[in-house]
Design a protein around this ligand. Sequence first.
Ligand SMILES: [Zn+2]
Length: 74
Amino acid sequence: MEKTIDDYIFENFPEEATCPICLSNTNKMCVLVPIYGTDNGRIIASQPVHVECLLDRVVYYPDCRTIVAYPEIS
Ligand SMILES: [Zn+2]
């Protein structure tokens, strides 16, 4: 079955989770980001992240084809 944007983007942020970028659980649109090292070959754990936070912090490194979203350093 083909995935749609609704499989990745969620209108509500989970109450029990914390966005790793802004460190809040403000109820805003979020995306589930796979957690490195948790893949068991079938499923992978994922972390809810606010869409706005992710897009505000994302950087692309073309030399290594890597995309990274940096949390705010305070
Ligand atoms: Zn956030």
